[in-house]
Design a protein around this ligand. Structure first.
Ligand code: CUA
Length: 365
C-alpha cells in the first residue's frame, strides 16, 4: 500500500492540473455569448492601429525579458559561491560596459517611442471624413446618445453604420467618465466643461460591449453600454424607427408638418382605451417618472434616459439588465436595490401600478 502512495499523489496532481486547465473553458460556458470586451479584438481603423502598436511593444518587452533573464540565470549559475572559491575581487566601474548599457536602452526606447508618437498623432488627428456625428453624454450611471443631425436621442445602446467614419463628441452631465468601446479603440475621458472627441470606422457588423473606464461613483462598474454596428440598410431602418413619434401619442422633433404627422400617427395608433398600457401612461404622467424622463412630445425630463423608443432597446439601466418585462418589474419595484446608488428613487409603486407601467414601457417600440 505504501508503494502506491506516490502514484496517487501524481494522479491527484495531474487531476488538479487538468481541472485548472479546463476551468477557464468551463467558466467561459457560463458567460453570455458576447463579443469579448478586450483590446485584442480590434474592429475599427483606430483600434487596429493601437493593436499593431501594442504588438510591437509586446515584442520588445518579451525580447528584453528573455535577454535579461538568460543573462541573470547564466550569472547565477556560473558565478555562484562554491565552498573552496576565493573571495571575489572588488571592481570599480567598467567604462565600456556602462556606455553600452546606457546606449542600448536608448536605442530600444527609440524603437518604442517612434511608433508610439506616430500612433498618437494619427489617432488624435482630425478624421479624413465625417459620415455621422454622435454626441455622447455620460451620466451617473448610464450613457446618453444624441444624433444631432437626425433628431434622435437614445440611451445605453449606440447604433452606427458599418464602414462609415463616426465622430463621437464626448461630454458629461456630472463627474468625469470615460467612453470606451475596446473593439473600436482607445478610451476618451468625458470631463466637465471640456469637449473631447474620438473617431473610428467600424469594419465589422455586430454588437460590441463598452464600459465607463473612469471611476465615477458607486455604480461605475454598472455603467455599461453596447455598440450596435449595423449594415447601412439596418441602420437606416433604425433611424426611421427612432424618428417616429412614440406609441400612444407625442410629437416629432421638428417642424409643424412633423408635429401634424405625429398627431395623425397618434390618432392612428392610440393605446387602446382601458388597456393596461393606457393605464401605465396615466400613472407615468401622474408620478415622478414624468419629471425625469423624456418621451418625445409627451414629457420632457432630462435627468433620466429618454424613453421615447424604450422598447426598441435590448437592455436598460446602464445596459445592466436585459429588457424583459420581468426585469423591468423588478427594476421599478426597487431601483437602488438592483443598481447601487441609482438616482432613480423607489416610488413605492403597488404591483398593479408596476404591471401597468411595464405594459406602457413595452409598448414604446
Ligand atoms: Cu462613469 Cu465610471
Amino acid at each position: 500500500m505504501v508503494a502506491r502512495r506516490p502514484t496517487r499523489t501524481v494522479l491527484r496532481l495531474v487531476a488538479g492540473l487538468a481541472t485548472a486547465a479546463l476551468l477557464p473553458a468551463v467558466l467561459a460556458g457560463c458567460a453570455r455569448n458576447e463579443f469579448p470586451q478586450s483590446t485584442f479584438n480590434p474592429r475599427s481603423d483606430i483600434a487596429s492601429m493601437i493593436q499593431s502598436l501594442n504588438l510591437q511593444l509586446i515584442f520588445w518587452a518579451v525580447l528584453i525579458f528573455i535577454v535579461v533573464q538568460t543573462l541573470l540565470i547564466i550569472a547565477i549559475v556560473k558565478f555562484r559561491a562554491r565552498p573552496d572559491s576565493p573571495e571575489p575581487k572588488p571592481v570599480h566601474g567598467n567604462t565600456a560596459l556602462e556606455i553600452a548599457w546606457t546606449i542600448a536602452p536608448a536605442i530600444i526606447l527609440a524603437f518604442v517611442a517612434v511608433p508610439t508618437v506616430l500612433t498618437i498623432f494619427k489617432t488624435q488627428a482630425k478624421p479624413a471624413r465625417t459620415d455621422l456625428v454622435v454626441k455622447v453624454v455620460g451620466h451617473q450611471w448610464w450613457w446618453e446618445f444624441q444624433y444631432p443631425g437626425l433628431g434622435i436621442v437614445t440611451a445605453n445602446e449606440m447604433h452606427v453604420p458599418v464602414g462609415r467614419t463616426i465622430v463621437v463628441d464626448i461630454a458629461t452631465a456630472d463627474v468625469i467618465h470615460s467612453f470606451w468601446f475596446p473593439a473600436m479603440g482607445g478610451k476618451r475621458d468625458a470631463v466637465p466643461g471640456r469637449a473631447s472627441r474620438i473617431w473610428f470606422t467600424p469594419d465589422t457588423v455586430g454588437v460590441f460591449p463598452g464600459q465607463c473606464a473612469e471611476f465615477c461613483g458607486l455604480s461605475h462598474a454598472n455603467m455599461r453600454m453596447k455598440l450596435m454596428v449595423d449594415t447601412p440598410a439596418a441602420f437606416a431602418d433604425w433611424v426611421e424607427l427612432q424618428r417616429r413619434p412614440p406609441a400612444g401619442g407625442g410629437a416629432a422633433p421638428e417642424s409643424t408638418a412633423a408635429v401634424a404627422a405625429a398627431m395623425a400617427f397618434a390618432e392612428a395608433t392610440p393605446l387602446p382605451a382601458g388597456s393596461l398600457a393606457a393605464r401605465g401612461k396615466e400613472i407615468f404622467s401622474q408620478s415622478a417618472c414624468i419629471g425625469c424622463h423624456s418621451i418625445r412630445g409627451f414629457s420632457a425630463g432630462v435627468l433620466g434616459p429618454d424613453l421615447t423608443h424604450f422598447a426598441s432597446r435590448t437592455t436598460f439601466a446602464g445596459s445592466l439588465f436585459e429588457n424583459t418585462p420581468d426585469n423591468l418589474a423588478r427594476w421599478l419595484t426597487d431601483p437602488t436595490g438592483r443598481k447601487p446608488g441609482a438616482l432613480m428613487p423607489n416610488l413605492g409603486l403597488t404591483p398593479e401600478q408596476v404591471n401597468a407601467l411595464v405594459a406602457y414601457l413595452v409598448s414604446l417600440k
